[in-house]
Write a protein that binds this ligand. Sequence first.
Ligand code: PYC
Length: 416
Amino acid sequence: MTARYSALSLLSRGLRGRNWPLVWRRHELAPTYDAVIIGAGVHGLAAAYYLAVNHGIRNVAVLDRSYLGGGGSGRNTAIIRSNYLTPEGVRFYDRSVKLYETLASELNFNVMFSQRGHLTLAHNDSSLRTMRWRAEVNKLQGVDSEVIGPDEIKSLVPYMDVSAQTRYPILGALYHPPGGIIRHDAVNWGYARGADARGVQIHEYTEVVGIDVEEGRVRGVQTSRGHISTPVVLNCTAGWSSLVSRLAGVRLPISTHPLQAAVTEPVKVFLNTVVVSGTLHVYVSQTDRGELVFGASTDPYPSYSTRGSLEFTEELAGHVLELMPSIAALRVLRQWAGLCDMTPDFSPIMGETPVEGFLVDVGWGTYGFKAGPVAGEAMAELVATGKTPDLISSFPLSRFADGRLVGEKGAAAVGH
Ligand code: PYC
């Protein structure tokens, strides 16, 4: 990577607190774009980046009604993995892991991808069977996953209680070495910077309030800052994807649920893998700063609220302590929620819709952040060529009418 600033200029800019060049520029809205992307999260920004880099399409606007990365892309637990249940899912998420592996050098921006390994614990025979199944499907697709026993788990996570005296003794785990964590803001900012440098316009605080459709095809969008003509609109929103699609007259089989998470004060690093327990409804990892990041199941009712609840933190803490009793003295620093657009089969909806020119990259449930690069790459290809790439051909909206579901509930981090 090339350094953009000397240490002295960094220090002087930091002390003065001004004169930082903008990482992405501000623009007036143009009257026309070749494509408009709704949602300046990882999916929208990656799609814009790959449109410019892979296909030379740069007259693109990315619109967001709030700030860049302020939706699901800034409200997740930044877990990356490809240990899914279906061959279609494994192939798809594996491509994302591969893109993440080279993203820092591609973007010349440190995204802090740490492939520290990912453990999904099994506390009963039926989940052990699912882990074995996933391991086989993963291996057949060339993805590194295997089932390991309690001794190996203990050597990977010395603080874990793998004794037989717990409420739900640990029988084994699906171990997925390429899995890990990433710095989610850095991914958003890196894609934004890369897209901006190639001429893409990013418009924060620009809400789409209408989508113009005439004779079955998209003509433009109405925004809080004016009208834009465009032949292509790509819906890359999370949390609001069904509402945005409705603006084009497209109905999606999605219900939106909050997913809460929390982070503790930082402590010396002691947890070097991502740990997931479906039975205890919890996942935990430790950031490079030393904070423990926890998450659990989605809230059990549809809502657009991103507020945290005490009930969630209490339950979460109780469950984490069943796994690692020795961290009882750690204090929770803060908590948040992101919005998850849940589909009936827990797989995303990507591709064309009955409205020509209106494309969707939505319905990510609890899997959205990890898929940002591959979804962006594939959607950019679809926009540029008009052909649906093989990698996403199993995830069309039409599968719900055709009954060709891609069931990925069994690969969810926890039960939802
Ligand atoms: O699927 O790995 C996952 C995940 C973690 C948090 C939410 N989803």
